[in-house]
Design a protein around this ligand. Sequence first.
Ligand SMILES: [Zn+2]
Length: 328
Amino acid sequence: MTQRERAIETVRGPAGGLGAVLMHEHIFGLSPEILWNWPDVPEGWDLERCAADAAAKLDAVRALGIDTVVDLTVIGLGRYVPAVQRVAELTSVNIIVATGLYTYDDLPAYFGNRGPGSLFGGEDRLAEFFIRDITEGVGRTGVKAGMLKCATGKQGITRGVERVIRACAKAHRETGVPITTHSESSVRNGLDQQKLLREEGVDLTRVVIGHAGDSTDLDYLRTLADSGSYLGMDRFGIEFTSFEDRVATVVAMCELGYAERMVLGHDSYCFNDRFEWDVIAERHPNYHLRHISSDVLPELLARGVTQAQIDLMLIDNPRRVLSPVAPY
Ligand SMILES: [Zn+2]
């Protein structure tokens, strides 16, 4: 196989096909230091029970036509791939895991105390860790990461965030695995992410600007997409941007010819020890894996989005962006 034909890696190994893909979800978000010290808090993490529960949630969305979920839980969000591997044994849904680091500001001390400009100096090891996750697998699991992730919050491109984005760019160019981001649409900083990635020589068609769909600013969204990147319309069910606004924005962008540039997701978790689930159920009743299939797609069709455009957003665009390219 040439580099260009390299298969897309899932938790169960290289995938033949992906089918319909939710491009930004999370299986588990864990707080290891809390779990070590207060294992009996009510959130009640239990690997077997939570894996069975997650598999049931995935099976339910499979019955609604979704075949693959991209789990964008990276360092900083409580990634634990052995638990995701257990879920993959229990469900037929493909799961793709990611590597990268989630911070809006400083790096975790493990990385922040190392590297150029740090107190203790030495090599910047971020890219090395990311590349190892992609080429050899995460930890001792043998599961290879299929996507790189970086984040920018309201603080913008801080020194720590800049190191993560540059490391993602380096790992991307060395492996051909695509990049996705967490961006803050209220301050339009997907544009800053694109600028830095472009400066690092990244082909912006290999990038998903995540959480773009939090915005209803069509000029902003068109500018991002005109640079070649995909837009993550990926928080359906999180109510700070309403159902109406999220749907109307996708409809408008489809009318403007951008169905080829959008991907879909909820940014949901099957289990997250940082959430009060009963409060979430009240405030964000549609914040779950089935919302797009059950509510969003029917509404898009009713408003004139075609099935072909939905197939682009759910099937073709994810396949195009997730397929690794040759290093460059
Ligand atoms: Zn997320």
